[in-house]
Design a protein. Structure first.
Length: 186
């Protein structure tokens, strides 16, 4: 089973790696259980006999692990939020989403320091209380990490919310905070 790891930095540089063997892949996958701590300060070290590369945690925008394995059980719960990356073809298609009863489906574009952008579909259960919905919206920046399913071939990605500069939700959110600025983009 071939697996690849991509580390995308806040300089918008992508570094790709292949686990040395199946046991090293197991150790990498097992470390996902603590993925909430991944961007908290300790550097990420990826090495082999040929070279060792050290990434400052604050300078990592996201990490993607491409694999046919189902890694969901290794990731922390995001409660009712499911994120899936979009292919360029999917991004070009008109999006049909919004609120449907107690569920939602929206497109989100995550923008990172350095210019990296991730395009996603977010889906989940709509929180019943307005305060919960607003916290769900603004709380994305406060989470230790966000995970998502890759668009093709299987695998997961982990986003560093501290490296995000903004995110764009379409269609717009109907329940805005009372202090939100009401304006249309030009």
């Amino acid at each position: 089973m071939t697996s690849n790891i991509t580390v995308i930095t806040t300089a918008n540089r992508a570094r790709r790696f292949v686990p040395a063997n199946e046991s090293s892949l197991e150790a990498i996958v097992d470390s996902l259980r603590g993925s909430g701590q991944l961007f908290r300060g300790k550097p990420l070290i990826i090495g082999s006999g040929v070279q060792t590369e050290v990434f400052a945690a604050a300078a990592i925008a996201c990490i993607e692990i491409e694999t046919a394995r189902d890694l969901e059980e290794y990731l922390p719960s995001q409660h009712s939020l499911s994120l899936t990356a979009l292919t360029p073809e999917q991004r070009a298609e008109p999006f049909v989403g919004g609120l449907n009863g107690d569920h939602f489906s929206v497109r989100i574009e995550f923008f990172f320091t350095g210019g990296h952008v991730l395009y996603m579909v977010a889906a989940g259960a709509r929180k019943p209380a307005l305060a919960e919905r607003l916290m769900h919206l603004t709380g994305l920046f406060e989470r230790p990490a966000l995970h998502y399913r890759l668009a093709q071939g299987g695998g997961v990605g982990l986003m560093n919310p501290r490296a995000m500069t903004r995110f764009l939700i379409t269609p717009g959110v109907p329940d805005l905070p009372s202090d939100a600025w009401l304006a249309e983009a030009l």
